[in-house]
Design a protein around this ligand. Structure first.
Ligand code: ADP
Ligand code: TMP
Ligand code: ASP
Length: 252
């Protein structure tokens, strides 16, 4: 589609008006940010890899009846999604203690949790995405009690499924962040999984070596960032090395 109408440009993606009613195009950039935009950089090919990885994961989730915004991939960097009213909460699911959990609570790095923890953060860059409780969500009307129940239930199902899925390709799903939104039909809203699931918003460790295969390589200056994203894509089977090279040559 030529001359698409740009609706929003975020840190990692651009949203354009979709070709069909109630749709958007998500364009995946190579830009990477960390620490609320304080660290900025580029990961060559990241946009292409995340577009393919997120397509695969959203498709698998749809197959187990997790409702998602994903409609179809349009090209190397774009996918068509249902336009949602985003719920301003970042849902973080944790299986292993690391990151802000370890910093905030002094928990031992790498501790396998006795059960997954679900946390909520307010999606507000000006406030640095503060951690919030279920009470805050209800009292400040960010989601209704029924919506919150649905979000927790879906997050838990997604974690159970993805933990096994990544395990099958020798990757430990350490933690990840989800976003949800409301899809309005007449006067009724249903909750759908939004945004993306990719090494940008998951922590993925190699099962045998614990090598980080995600955006922590960028956050912590560990090097070989693009190589890690490619490794995840290749193990998931969404692209082979040969296909990726061809794709990058003919990039948009
Ligand atoms: P950010 O806004 O944090 O910089 P991105 O660069 O990834 O993040 O931008 C993508 C934006 O699109 C996010 O703000 C996300 O909440 C929003 N979004 C994701 N999926 C949908 C959707 N289906 N409908 C509307 N907005 C969406
Ligand atoms: P944290 O340990 O820094 O709180 O991160 C938890 C998970 O959420 C981790 O998989 C990275 C992801 N995440 C995002 O996707 N976006 C963010 O802005 C932050 C802070 C974390
Ligand atoms: N949301 C963070 C940022 O805005 C990125 C991250 O750490 O994942 O820079």
């Amino acid at each position: 589609m030529k001359n698409k109408k740009k609706l929003y440009e975020g840190k990692a993606k651009i949203l354009y008006k979709g070709s069909e009613p109630d749709t958007l195009i998500q364009y995946f950039k190579d830009d990477a940010t960390a620490f609320n935009n304080k660290k900025k950089g580029q990961i060559p090919g990241k946009g292409v890899l995340n577009n393919f990885i997120s397509e695969l994961i959203m498709t698998r989730l749809k197959e187990i009846n997790v409702p998602t915004h994903f409609l179809r991939r349009l090209n190397m960097r774009e996918q068509l999604v249902k336009k949602l009213e985003i719920i301003p909460i970042e849902v973080v699911v944790r299986n292993i203690a690391t990151g802000s959990l370890v910093k905030r609570l002094g928990i031992e790095e790498g501790k396998v949790l006795s059960r997954p923890i679900i946390e909520f953060y307010l999606k507000d860059d000006n406030l640095n995405d503060p951690i919030i409780s279920e009470e805050h969500i209800i009292v400040f009307d960010w989601a209704s009690p029924n919506e919150l129940e649905e979000i927790i239930s879906l997050s838990s199902r997604i974690n159970d499924f993805l933990t096994g899925y990544f395990f099958s390709i020798n990757i430990r799903l350490v933690d990840f962040k989800l976003e949800f939104g409301r899809f309005w039909k007449s006067d009724e809203a249903s909750i759908l999984l939004a945004d993306e699931i990719s090494p940008d918003n998951c922590r993925l460790w190699d099962l045998k070596t614990n090598k980080k295969l995600d955006k922590d390589r960028f956050r912590q200056n560990l090097g070989e960032v693009d190589k890690a994203y490619k490794e995840v894509a290749y193990r998931l089977g969404v692209l082979s090395e040969k296909e990726f090279k061809k794709v990058i040559k003919n990039d948009l």
